[in-house]
Design a protein around this ligand. Structure first.
Ligand code: C5P
Length: 220
């Protein structure tokens, strides 16, 4: 419990991942991308021929406990397969959202998430880092932005990688994913009671990073 943890939760495409990784780098802390675990679990389930629904909940949870995942030099490997790009598509995000609504799957990933809490400290990004996984964390940030702004950022990200995209479709998708994540019965997306809310619609990444670092400084 004495190892510091900064939780950064929030809706889809709010900038959490980028801000959390930058804060971790500035502090020399470890970084936990909990969303990647759900993305990988969903991909592994589909590749094993399992539909993502309650019928297969316990089998998917068993898979999640023993996922052959490796993070190597910025790549994500599932067994022998490099799934770095495959887990980043919009479809993979939606499948992750579906798999993450299964309580047994969430339970199966708890120990793995806790294992990232090591010295000198951790920055954890997700939906329930502050509410469920690290409830005693000394700093919890709920990072959000308007839906229009999040759709536009996602659009620019996809275009810059050479993908085609439609901004209205992206916005509809992210609103659907947030609705599912917020309404599920286990660990729904919501700010922790003691979270500091940061709307970064009108901030640059650097400004959001500085704000989080300033909050962290105040706590030392
Ligand atoms: O953050 P990212 O978009 O990678 O997360 C993919 C999905 O995984 C989210 O839409 C959410 O359903 C799920 N998730 C979760 N709890 C977390 C992180 C992600 O339920 N801590």
């Amino acid at each position: 419990e004495r190892i510091p943890v900064i939780c950064i939760d929030g809706p889809t495409a709010s900038g959490k991942g980028t801000v959390a990784a930058a804060v971790a780098q500035r502090l020399g802390y470890r970084f936990l991308d909990s969303g990647a675990m759900y993305r990988i679990t969903a991909l592994a389930a589909l590749r094993a021929g399992l539909a993502i629904d309650a019928t297969h909940e316990s089998r998917i949870a068993d898979m999640a406990k023993t996922l052959p995942v490796h993070f190597e030099g910025g790549r994500v490997l599932l067994g022998q397969d490099d799934v770095t790009e495959a887990i980043r598509t919009e479809e993979a995000g939606m499948n992750a959202s579906r798999v993450s609504a299964l309580p047994a799957v969430r339970e199966a990933l708890v120990d793995l998430q806790h294992s990232f809490r090591r010295l000198p400290g951790l920055v954890a990004d997700g939906r329930d880092m502050g509410t469920v996984i690290f409830p005693g964390a000394p700093l919890k940030v709920y990072l959000t932005a308007s839906a229009a702004c999040r759709a536009e950022r996602r659009y620019k990200q996809l275009i810059s990688k050479g993908f085609s995209a439609n901004i209205a479709d992206l916005r509809a998708d992210l609103e659907a994913r947030d609705a599912r994540d917020s309404s599920r019965s286990v660990a729904p997306l919501k700010p922790a009671q003691d979270a500091l809310v940061l709307d970064n619609s009108d901030l640059t990444i650097d400004e959001a990073v500085e704000k989080v670092l300033a909050w962290w400084q105040e706590r030392q």
